[in-house]
Design a protein around this ligand. Structure first.
Ligand code: ZN
Length: 358
């Protein structure tokens, strides 16, 4: 049999071996059209080649059959693992504990507190859109007015994938929920044009390359707020956040702003609240200053509005971004942010209904 015919079979062999790795139903490789085509091809060959070619195709089929058998055996030995199962599902039946009663579990405090926070904003007319856990360079930086090489990019040191997006940039685990601003502005622009302000809060999980300690986690939750309309001022921003804080902490709260810098807001502000735990007399929570820094905010930069096709002469907006854990830590006197991701039952059970008596 000549080299051309040998190559023909070897090409199909390489193709099918590669495909086999991706198939859920391994056995379907034996019914593939490429293999069938090789059998069909036998008939078309000159007589002197038919026997050798047919033998080689049979050999390929046996080879694939063997690979399928091995893959099936491997799959049986390695049944899928359910990491959320309360026991090892692959352990022998008589060695498994009974299922745990459902009342052993409870909602994670981040989720239950986030629900409270979101319901306050819902009551104020905000819609809720969830953030995403992987994003591109444009939404992380470009659309937020961070030019290429801008030093402010260094403040958002996070994780990246090896794979790249269609523009050749690495995918990014978002370092803040502000990555959603451009999407929200574009998505709600038709409503803005129809006379409705854009009012959206965006909760989401974010990531930073941090030296982890009691105040810093590599994975945490943020909530972004975006409001755009006509005649929107910084007074609206402050009133919105003050109303939220008073509702969440169920007490009257003084607020203070100081100038800050973000590329995507102008002016940018650091927003603090008067310490509600000592009535601003000074305590451990507020480091005896009477004030607690809560979040960053500001008026949305005209460039950011423009990138989403919004006329910045006609419309103005404000935005803020805040860490959800920070609100919860202050409310419940939690001193170490690492507890949230620790899986420690003694910590979690304090938040379960009925005080977690189980
Ligand atoms: Zn205090």
């Amino acid at each position: 049999m000549n080299q051309e015919l040998t190559d023909e079979i070897n090409n199909v062999r390489g193709l099918l071996e590669a495909r086999l790795l991706t198939l859920d139903d391994k056995r379907s490789i034996l019914r593939s059209i490429e293999l069938k085509a090789l059998y069909e091809r036998i008939k078309t060959l000159p007589d002197e080649n038919k026997a050798a070619y047919g033998q080689a195709v049979n050999e390929l089929r046996r080879h694939l059959d063997q690979l399928v058998g091995e893959a099936e055996g491997f799959a049986q030995a390695l049944a899928p693992i359910d990491v959320s199962a309360p026991f090892a599902v692959n352990s022998a039946k008589d060695r498994r504990p009974g299922l745990l009663p459902a009342n052993y579990g409870s909602e994670h405090p981040i989720m239950s507190e986030q629900t409270k926070i979101l319901s306050i904003f819902k009551g104020m007319g905000f819609s809720i859109v969830e953030s995403r856990e992987i994003d591109d360079d444009w939404h992380m930086f470009g659309a937020l007015n961070f030019p290429e090489g801008h030093p402010a990019r260094d403040d958002y040191d996070t994780f990246m994938t090896i794979q790249t997006d269609p523009k050749g940039k690495q995918w990014i685990a978002p370092a803040h929920t502000s990555t959603m601003q451009n999407r929200i502005l574009e998505r709600y622009k038709p409503e803005l044009d129809g006379g409705q302000p854009i009012a959206v809060v965006i909760p989401g999980r974010v990531f930073r390359n941090e030296d982890v300690d009691a105040r810093h986690e590599h994975t945490f939750y943020q909530m972004e707020g975006v409001y755009v309309g006509e005649n929107v001022s910084i007074g609206n921003l402050i009133a919105t956040l003050k109303t939220f804080l008073e509702s969440y902490y169920e007490t009257e709260i003084k607020v203070r702003t100081q100038p800050f810098y973000f590329p995507f807001t102008e002016p940018s502000l650091e927003f603090s609240m008067g310490c509600p735990f000592c009535n601003q007399k000074g305590c451990r929570v507020c480091s005896h200053s009477g004030w607690i820094e809560m979040l960053g905010c500001g008026m949305i930069h005209p460039n950011v509005l423009q990138y989403a096709g919004i006329d910045h002469d006609k419309y103005q907006g404000f935005a803020w971004g805040c860490g959800i854990e920070r609100f919860i830590m202050l409310k419940h006197g939690i001193e170490d942010i690492r507890l949230f991701e620790s899986g420690r039952l003694d910590f979690l059970r304090q938040f379960s209904l009925g005080g977690g008596s189980q």
